[in-house]
Design a protein around this ligand. Structure first.
Ligand code: NAP
Ligand code: GLV
Ligand code: GLV
Length: 326
């Protein structure tokens, strides 16, 4: 009998057809709306595997309601929505999609950095709203990207890819990360510094760590107080790493100059959130990996991982390799 799998979001037909060759597939039929928690829990009662998005909270109670579940294959690299310890204890293999979205997410991170620096969204609104009268010497002047100092918090796959882009802009790049990366330092000329030093000397600060117990609101009031008034914070990691109330206050009080945010503590962020009222904030709807090609690659990879793990073959990206899937 084919294993039963539940897919938590509508994916393109060719992706699902591949999965259906080896699995009995049920799917939440909406592309734009996340599966309600009660529906997800109900569907997991009979599922051997699940193909999930970062929008699903896969906590202890969800896992305990899924007696047959053996594999969670998530179409994302971040997995802070999954209780990995409980999954491991219940012998559920957890797999993500690392690597294939690195360059695409680094592109978006750099685009966001440049959008904040050069006030691109503000300038575009200015033109479309008919406010443009003439060329003016100081009209919509922003900050230079070239030659500036970039601080990377979390020098992993995406952080390194951002550092590579920064080289082309003659930026000075320094970083703080859990593990020092001598090979990257050598290859890209980036320098390791303490957290305090990185935040105090950067013109642009890119947050590219995962959200964990250790990184929760790591960028808070104390951190903003140490930043340069000209600093611009770019967060493509996770919303929870930044204390958003403290960020708002820092922006309003001029402790920092701007922010580019692709991720938020609450997604979607409410349109009346104070941060969205500030012109120096550029907000995006969590589109870091959203190129057509990369999203298709991620979807196919999530299928490959799910099928492999259900067949008892340990996929490369397994987050808990101690779980034997045979
Ligand atoms: P990665 O290769 O694991 O890089 C994360 C880096 O952060 C690693 O170097 C890691 O250190 C470091 N780190 C972890 N905990 C830390 C801590 N407490 N203090 C300092 N550094 C710490 O992951 P990635 O593929 O680059 O992805 C990074 C994150 O980006 C994901 O977790 C996800 O949240 C986010 N993301 C967002 C989007 C988007 O659409 N906006 C897209 C993709 C990813 P080690 O080297 O010691 O492991
Ligand atoms: C997106 O945020 C991801 O973690 O893949
Ligand atoms: C601007 O367009 C310039 O020519 O300097």
């Amino acid at each position: 009998m084919k294993p039963r799998v539940y897919v938590t979001r509508k994916l393109p037909d060719d992706v699902i057809e591949r999965l259906a060759q080896t699995c009995h597939v049920r799917m939440w039929e909406s592309e734009e709306e996340a599966v309600p928690r009660d529906v997800f829990i109900e569907e997991l009662k009979a599922a051997d595997g699940a193909l999930t998005m970062l929008t699903e909270q896969i906590d202890r109670s969800v896992l305990e309601a899924a007696p047959n579940l053996r594999v969670i294959s998530q179409m994302a690299v971040g997995y802070n929505n999954i209780d990995l310890a409980t999954a491991t204890a219940r012998k559920v293999a957890v797999v993500n999609t690392p690597g294939v979205l690195t360059e695409t997410t680094a592109d978006l991170t750099f685009a966001l950095l440049m959008a904040v620096a050069r006030r691109i969204p503000e300038a575009e609104r200015f033109v479309k709203e008919g406010k443009w009268k003439t060329w003016a010497p100081l009209l919509l002047t922003g900050a230079d990207v070239h030659g500036a100092t970039l601080g990377i918090l979390g020098l992993g796959r995406i952080g390194e890819a951002v550092a590579k882009r920064a080289r082309g802009f003659d930026m000075t790049v320094h970083y703080y990360s859990r593990t020092r990366k001598p090979d990257v330092e050598e290859k890209l000329g980036v320098q390791y510094r303490s957290f305090d030093e990185v935040i105090a000397t950067s013109d642009f600060l890119c947050v590219l760590m995962p959200y964990t117990k250790e990184t929760y609101q790591l960028i808070g009031r104390e951190a903003f107080a140490k930043m340069k008034p000209s600093c611009r914070l770019i967060n493509t990691g996770r919303g929870e790493i930044v204390d958003e109330e403290a960020l708002y206050d820092a922006l309003v009080q001029g402790e920092i100059a701007g922010a580019g945010l692709d991720v938020f503590t609450e997604e979607p962020i409410s349109t009346d959130h104070p941060l969205l009222q500030l012109p120096q904030v550029v907000a995006l709807p969590h589109i870091g990996s959203a190129s057509v090609a990369t999203r298709m690659t991620m979807a196919h990879m999530a299928v490959d991982h799910l099928v492999a793990a259900l067949q008892g073959k340990a996929p490369k990206a397994q987050l808990n390799p101690e779980v034997l899937t045979s």
